[in-house]
Design a protein around this ligand. Structure first.
Ligand SMILES: NC(=O)c1ccc[n+]([C@@H]2O[C@H](COP(=O)([O-])OP(=O)(O)OC[C@H]3O[C@@H](n4cnc5c(N)ncnc54)[C@H](O)[C@@H]3O)[C@@H](O)[C@H]2O)c1
Length: 342
């Protein structure tokens, strides 16, 4: 990294203390920042602080804390008043996915921040080039797209709009390493960024096959868990292709591509589920593509956070260190077995 960044000297504002906003606040606090949380709605004021405390406690259980929870909380202020943002170097907008609401929030931010402040949106669905038309210094506006729960996940997408300065994106890219992230930079504002572009291509194909009753929901998930899941965190998809030898893929591309779904309309099962307000683990009835009891919802939420940590810890052990091998228990021990791979 070219410039030594000290998180303790960089104050960051987060607007919106909903699901993502609060977990972003937690991530920034444990990375050493002073954080100004803005609660646009009363419910954020009521629920945000306790959510952040609970998340800090989870971080403690995950061994992510170097100080007491109290000392992290001493670096956090939560307010309804946007003027708190006046000394922030970076402000993250994290309000509901509605362009009019985001526009109003940007106006309030612009009324109080300095000309040097970088403003970022956590939008999943809006174009950064469109959003940056709402701000005074579009060269200092970009997308920072976090993965939930932000304090436990490693992936983060930085997206430039048409007018974003690359030096500004590079600064955020460097800073994100201090948040323990593996960030990507998209220099061009493609719709869906990287995650949604790739995930939604998979969702379309999977839902297409389910709509046609050719595969079951359970079997699709089995494929992801036990096939893709057994190598994807180790090598991504392109090293995997190299690993398998490339030639076989060419023939399959030629025969399979014409069979894949390229429909523009939304899958039937999704339309039916959304019509009855099935929101999976987010709905009180636990009605989704699967059905959940309240206890199962709690267990899945806990498992999700723990699994995120476990899988990143496991991935850190690879590629193999010289003279060491991974045993069944995950402990590295001496061996010449993998030396030739290095
Ligand atoms: N949840 C995720 O997994 C996830 C992942 C990546 C990006 N995002 C994005 O993050 C943003 C926030 O999503 P979330 O999941 O935290 O949503 P959420 O529903 O949990 O929180 C929404 C936030 O918007 C604020 N808000 C609602 N109405 C408002 C208004 N009229 N004026 C100002 N603020 C208002 C609320 O106070 C709340 O803080 C969205 O843009 C979403 O697309 C979410």
């Amino acid at each position: 990294m070219s410039v030594e960044l000290k998180t303790k000297d960089i104050t960051i504002g987060v607007i919106g203390l909903g699901l993502m906003g609060s977990s972003i606040v937690t991530s920034l606090l444990i990375s050493g920042h002073r954080v100004k949380g803005i609660a646009p709605l009363q419910e954020d004021m009521e629920e945000g602080p306790s959510r952040i405390c609970e998340q800090l406690a989870i971080c403690g259980e995950l061994h992510l804390l170097q100080h007491s929870i109290k000392s992290y909380l001493s670096k956090l202020t939560i307010s309804e008043n946007y003027s708190e943002l006046s000394d922030c170097s970076l402000v993250l907008e994290c309000v509901t996915e509605n362009i009019e609401i985001k526009k109003q929030v940007f106006e309030k931010i612009l009324g109080v921040v300095n000309s040097y402040t970088i403003i970022a949106s956590n939008t999943s669905a809006n174009s950064i080039s469109e959003l940056q038309k709402f701000v005074h210094h579009p060269e200092r506006f970009l997308g920072i797209h976090w993965a939930e729960p932000a304090f436990a996940t490693r992936f983060l997408e930085i997206t430039c709009g048409e007018q974003t300065s690359h030096s500004c994106a590079n600064w955020v890219f460097e800073l994100a390493h201090h948040w323990d992230k593996e960030p990507t930079i998209l220099r061009k504002d493609i719709r869906g960024f990287i995650t949604n572009r790739l995930m939604y291509a998979m969702y379309r194909e999977a839902l297409f096959l389910i709509d046609k009753n050719e595969v079951s929901i359970e079997d699709v998930d089995k494929f992801f868990k036990y096939d893709a899941g057994s190598w994807i965190t180790l090598m991504g998809i392109f090293k995997r292709m190299d690993f398998m030898g490339l030639n076989g893929y060419l023939e399959i591309f030629n025969t399979l591509f014409p069979k894949l779904c390229n429909a523009d309309d939304v899958s039937r099962i999704m339309q039916q589920k959304v019509l009855i307000n099935a929101r999976g683990t987010q709905s009180p009835e636990g009605e989704g593509l699967y059905k959940y009891t309240a206890e199962e919802v709690k267990n899945w939420n806990e498992a999700f956070v723990l699994f995120n940590q476990d899988i990143y810890q496991l991935a850190k052990l690879y590629p193999f260190r010289k003279g060491e091998k991974v045993t069944a228990s995950g402990i590295l021990s001496d061996s010449n077995l993998y030396q030739n791979l290095l």
